[in-house]
Design a binder for this molecule. Structure first.
Ligand code: 4NP
Length: 149
């Protein structure tokens, strides 16, 4: 059966599009479906931030064709696991849950990683090296997820 995984951040233009692209690059698309969404609605329909597109491209991944969408309550029915990039995203997702089963699907992405970090920091207002940092945090977690699938 297909495994369905949703990556979620605030804007769905920096962190979660990168997480979607990185995980897709490590799994079999016939058995694993990966998508991303943002808890906020500021950038709906937009491509990822140019800095996320650039860092993905540096590591051989094209995320330029992704388009931003907002997380919705029906995503709890459509996905098996929902990964939040940070605790604020986690709380925003869980607020829309209707059942304990919904809540049980939500994890912090870095729970999957050995990293001492617990959150993928929001790089939107920071310097470009923030994107290098989040790439490596996301990549390590996605490697662990792909190994377990
Ligand atoms: P993301 O970064 O949650 O990683 O996509 C952000 C992008 C945009 C905004 C905040 C965070 N914003 O406030 O517009």
């Amino acid at each position: 059966m297909e495994n369905r995984i949703l990556m979620v951040c605030l804007g769905n233009i920096c962190r979660s599009p990168l997480a979607e692209g990185v995980l897709k690059n490590k799994v079999n698309p016939d058995t694993v479906f990966v998508d991303s969404a943002g808890t906020g609605g500021y950038h709906i329909g937009n491509p990822p931030d140019f800095r996320s597109i650039a860092i993905a491209k540096k590591y051989g991944i094209d995320i330029s064709k992704q388009r931003c969408r907002q997380f919705m309550a029906s995503d709890f029915d459509s996905f098996d696991t929902i990964y939040a990039m940070d605790k604020s995203n986690y709380n925003n997702i869980v607020r829309l849950a209707k059942t304990a089963d919904d809540i049980a699907k939500v994890k912090l992405l870095l729970e999957e990683s050995d990293s001492v970090e617990t959150e993928v920091p929001d790089p939107y207002y920071g310097a470009n090296d923030g994107f290098e940092l989040i790439y490596h945090l996301i990549d390590a977690a996605c490697t662990s997820i792909a190994v377990k699938l």
